[in-house]
Design a protein around this ligand. Structure first.
Ligand code: GCO
Ligand code: MG
Length: 409
């Protein structure tokens, strides 16, 4: 079975997505997600200019060899652009292999280890009453684990707080990449944040009790000592995890946080290689791996990373915001079902326009996601629908401190 044609599809049904479509000589089509929020065309160009010409004519069944050929063969390895492109090729080839075998991908990955993947939803509110309503709406919608983000007194807009949290049920319409000529600028104040967050969790535990798994995303904004302080102050509220407490590129920061707190730590949504994790795993500095299949080189690389994490008792918590396409999300769900060291899966429902373009078969019921038993990934791309939504430039916001200094967003 040869690769006959390869096409990179950029579409924007509410937000931008980059999808690789590989078709084989016997007519099987596989899909891979290569979406890199705010930098989509860089990946699309890498695929079109440098990867597509290498694929045509290759044996579609040689998934590992193709991975190594594109990774080692490029000489310039790693980085978010190249690893997203590689992920798309790898995922599309797994999709093809599983369809050819007539099996859902999770069967090729070793078969199901569980009935479904525990998903967490995104509750948020501009203030605490709005947040409590949002948590109630998520519980009513079936979620059994909840990420908690709120507005901070004194700050106009804060990462992770949905505009329609007030009456929006479990709809989480927070889309940070805005279609503006220049990035939106937000103002940030870490001390105000550190004062406020423990009071929020105190209110949530008082209302919902000790059982409900609660998560929080620090979104790379704290120094190590600030993160250590937050972790300590949240210990009474027994978080499932504290995510991205410090910027991801400095592994030594986690050493310091770990010395001070037993709040579990999750990191890695901006990582793109197993090598970003090795010191963190070997020194037991994290509890959850946050990478997505989409940004880490695909199913092949993610499976190896999660197997390495398993050696250290570290679990998965794959990244699943709406900037991971339904194709990337489906790939994650097949891994979630198959691996032993599954922890939790981030889940944000895609918009109706997105789901018109990407026809999914995965399901969400009783708090659990299931990839479905359709052969392959179980997602198809409606190219006519995709063509109705042309690419629209969009940037993620930039943060500044109150005195104007640029800060991590
Ligand atoms: C998360 C992430 C996202 C990112 C987004 C950037 O935990 O889901 O932090 O919300 O901000 O993926 O593109
Ligand atoms: Mg995050």
């Amino acid at each position: 079975m040869r690769i006959e044609s390869v096409r990179t599809v950029v579409t924007s049904p509410g937000r931008n997505f980059v999808t690789l479509r590989i078709t084989t000589s016997d007519g099987i089509t596989g899909l891979g997600d290569a979406t890199l929020n705010g930098r989509e065309l860089a990946v699309a160009a890498y695929l079109t200019e440098h990867v597509e010409p290498l694929l045509v004519g290759r044996d579609a069944g040689r998934v590992e060899d193709t991975w190594q050929y594109l990774y080692r063969g490029a000489y310039w390895r790693r980085g978010p652009v190249t690893m997203a492109a590689l992920a798309a090729v790898d995922t599309a080839l797994w999709d093809i292999k599983a369809q050819a075998a007539g099996m859902p991908l999770y069967e090729l990955l070793g078969g199901a280890s569980r009935r479904g993947a525990l998903a967490y939803g995104h509750a948020s509110g501009r203030d605490v009453p709005e947040l409590l309503d949002s948590i109630r709406a998520h519980l009513d919608a079936g979620y059994r684990a909840i990420r908690v983000q709120t507005g901070i007194p004194g700050l106009d807009s804060v990462y992770g707080v949905a505009a329609s949290a007030a009456g929006g049920g479990d709809r989480y319409d927070y889309e940070p990449a805005r279609r503006t000529a220049l990035p939106v600028e937000e103002t940030w104040d870490t001390r105000a944040y550190l004062r406020h967050v423990p009071t929020v969790f105190e209110a949530v535990r008082a209302e919902f009790g000790p059982e409900l798994p609660l998560l929080h995303d620090g979104h790379h904004r704290m120094t190590p000592i600030q993160a250590a302080k937050l972790g300590k102050s949240l210990e009474p509220y027994d978080l499932f995890w504290l995510e991205d407490a410090t910027p991801g590129e400095d592994p030594t920061a986690l050493r310091l946080i770990r010395q001070h707190t037993t709040t579990p730590l999750a990191i890695g949504e901006v990582f793109n290689s197993v090598h970003d994790y090795t010191p963190l795993l070997q020194e037991r500095l994290i509890d959850y791996v946050r990478s997505a299949v989409t940004h880490t080189g695909g199913v092949t690389a993610m499976k190896k990373l999660l197997d390495l994490a398993a050696v250290y008792g570290v679990k998965s918590g794959m990244h699943g915001p709406t900037d991971i396409s339904p194709v990337g999300q489906a790939a994650a769900l097949h891994l979630d079902l198959a691996i032993h060291n599954f922890g939790i899966q981030e889940y944000m429902r895609h918009s109706p326009d997105t789901l018109d373009v990407f026809r999914t078969s995965y399901t969400f019921a009783d708090g659990l996601l299931h990839p479905s038993d359709a052969p392959g990934l179980g997602v198809t791309l409606d190219e006519e629908a995709a063509a109705r939504f042309p690419y629209a430039p969009a940037y993620l916001p930039v943060n500044r401190l109150t005195d104007g200094t640029v800060h991590d967003w």
